[in-house]
Design a protein around this ligand. Structure first.
Ligand code: GLC
Length: 445
C-alpha cells in the first residue's frame, strides 16, 4: 500500500508532511546549466570526457564574456512557459563559480563578465514572481584538495602521476570549502527556495580502481543541517546520499509514483532537451516540444514535477531550440495550466493513450492520441456533472450505454458496467495535447 499525495486544491492542503506545499503545487520548473563549459560547447562534462588538465581548462575563464546575459529574459521565458521556479548552476563539476565567492579566484568576477552573475539571476527570477533555486556541485575538478577519483579528469593518468597529483590533497579542507561556499550562497542572496546538490557516486557509479565519493566525503549530515539552518523550509534533493525532501529521477520517466520503502515520496524528474545539460552546439538530438509537454503531463499524472533544462550559450542567451520549446510550452500552458498546477495523480484509471491528472473535483483527461468520436472512461458512469474541451471550453456530451447492448451494424455496443462514453468532435483541437476537463459530481472523487 502506498499513501497518496494528490493535491486537492491550489493550497495543496494534502501535501505530504515535511515538503514545502509550493513545490508539489507548482509542478514545473526551469533548470539552467551555465558555466565555462558553454564555451567549448560540447557537454558540461567536457573536462572529464576529454581529460583536460586544469591549467588548460582554465583558459575558458579568460574568454568568458557573456555580453548578452539577460536573466530577466530567461525568467520571462520560464514564466510564460508555466514554470514556477528556476534553478541555476552556481558551480558545476568544473569548479568555476558564477558568484563573487570569497573562497576562490575561479569565479565570474575575474573574467570579462566582471560581475556576480548569481546576484543578477536571483534578482531577475524574483522580479518575475518565480521561486529561486540553486544547483551546487559536490564534485570539483578544479579544487587542489579534491582527490583524484574514478570520475576525475585525471583518472587515466599513470599511477605514478596520480600518486604525485594526490600528494597533499586533503578532503577535509575541500569539505570546509564546500560548506563555506554553501554558507555564502544561502546567506548572501535572501530567500532561496530550493537546492539541488549533485552528486554522490560511492555506490551507484563506483569506480573499480579509484573509487567514488559519498556522504562522508561531503560531510552530508552537517551540510544538510547547515542548509536547513540557513534557509528553513528550503526544498533539498536526495543526492547527498542521505534522504532529502525529494527524489530526482534523471532523464527517464518513472512508470508510477515514486516510493521509498513503500511510501510515496515527492519526486521531480530532471530532463534535458537534447541529452546534454550544458550548451552543446553540434548535438541536434532534440526532443520535439510536444514530446516534452507529454513528459510533463505524464509526470504530474504520477504526482511528479518536471525540471526542464536549458543550456544558455556563452554569450548568455537561450538558443533557438530552447526558445522554440519554451514557446510551445507557453502556447499550450496558456490554455491548459490548470490541468498541471495544483494537480496530481487521480484514483481513476485512464484509458489507453491518455493520462489523467486531478485537482479536487476536476479531472483532466489528456489525449495523447485522438480517437474517432468516442472515448470510454471506466468507472466514471454516474460521477460526471459536466465535461468540456479545455482549450475552448466547448461542451462535450456523454452517456452510459447499457452494458447489455450488443454492437450492431450502426450502433455502438455497451461497455463494461460503470463506463462513461464521451462524445468528441471529429476534428482534433489544434493544440499540442488536447485536454478534456471533467467536473466530477460531489462525492465522486
Ligand atoms: C548529473 C550530471 C550533471 C547534471 C546533473 C543534472 O548528475 O553529473 O552533469 O548536472 O546530472 O541532474
Amino acid at each position: 500500500m502506498t499513501t497518496t499525495l494528490t493535491p486537492t486544491d491550489t493550497d495543496v492542503d494534502t501535501a505530504p508532511e515535511g515538503i514545502a506545499p509550493w513545490f508539489v503545487h507548482d509542478r514545473f520548473g526551469m533548470f539552467v546549466h551555465w558555466g565555462l563549459y558553454a564555451l567549448p560547447a560540447r557537454h558540461e562534462w567536457v573536462m572529464n570526457y576529454e581529460k583536460i588538465p586544469t591549467e588548460q581548462y582554465e583558459k575558458y575563464a579568460k574568454y568568458f564574456d557573456p555580453d548578452l546575459y539577460d536573466p530577466r529574459a530567461w525568467a520571462r521565458a520560464a514564466k510564460a512557459a508555466g514554470m514556477k521556479y528556476v534553478v541555476l548552476t552556481t558551480k558545476h563539476h568544473e569548479g568555476f563559480c558564477l558568484w563573487d565567492t570569497r573562497l576562490t579566484d575561479y569565479k565570474a568576477t575575474n573574467t570579462p563578465a566582471g560581475r556576480d552573475l548569481v546576484r543578477e539571476f536571483v534578482d531577475a527570477v524574483r522580479a518575475e514572481g518565480l521561486r529561486v533555486g540553486f544547483y551546487h556541485s559536490l564534485l570539483d575538478w578544479h579544487h587542489p584538495d579534491f582527490t583524484i577519483d574514478g570520475r576525475h579528469p585525471r583518472r587515466d593518468d599513470s599511477p605514478d602521476e596520480i600518486a604525485r597529483l594526490q600528494e597533499g590533497r586533503d578532503m577535509a579542507k575541500y569539505r570546509e570549502y564546500l560548506h563555506g561556499q554553501v554558507r555564502e550562497l544561502l546567506t548572501d542572496y535572501g530567500r532561496i527556495d530550493y537546492l539541488f546538490y549533485d552528486f554522490s557516486y560511492e555506490v551507484e557509479h563506483h569506480h573499480p580502481v579509484w573509487g567514488g565519493k559519498g556522504k562522508d566525503d561531503w560531510g552530508s549530515q552537517e551540510l544538510l543541517a547547515l542548509t536547513r539552518e540557513l534557509q528553513p523550509g528550503i526544498v533539498v534533493n536526495d543526492r547527498l546520499a542521505i534522504p532529502g525532501d525529494i527524489v530526482t529521477p534523471e532523464q527517464y520517466q518513472p512508470s508510477e509514483p515514486m516510493t521509498v520503502d513503500g511510501v510515496e515520496v515527492p519526486w521531480e524528474a530532471c530532463q534535458t532537451i537534447n541529452g546534454s545539460w550544458g550548451y552543446f552546439r553540434d548535438n541536434h538530438n532534440h526532443k520535439a516540444p510536444e514530446l516534452m509537454i507529454r513528459m510533463l503531463i505524464d509526470g504530474v499524472s504520477k504526482n511528479g514535477n518536471m525540471l526542464l533544462n536549458v543550456g544558455p550559450t556563452a554569450r548568455g542567451e537561450l538558443d533557438a531550440v530552447a526558445t522554440h520549446a519554451l514557446d510551445a510550452f507557453a502556447e499550450w500552458m496558456r490554455r491548459h495550466d490548470r490541468s498541471i498546477h495544483g494537480a496530481g495523480a487521480s484514483a481513476f484509471e485512464a484509458p489507453v493513450d491518455a493520462r489523467y491528472t486531478q485537482r479536487g473535483d476536476r479531472l483532466y483527461l489528456h489525449l495523447f492520441s485522438w480517437p474517432f468520436e468516442h472515448i470510454h472512461l471506466p468507472g466514471l458512469a454516474g460521477k460526471v456533472e459536466y465535461a468540456q474541451l479545455l482549450n475552448d471550453a466547448s461542451e462535450l456530451s456523454f452517456r452510459e450505454i447499457d452494458p447489455s447492448t450488443p454492437a450492431l451494424t450502426t450502433g455502438m455496443g455497451g461497455q463494461p458496467a460503470g463506463t462513461l462514453t464521451l462524445q468528441l468532435p471529429v476534428v482534433r483541437p489544434d493544440v499540442a495535447i488536447p485536454v478534456v476537463e471533467i467536473f466530477l459530481r460531489e462525492g465522486a472523487r
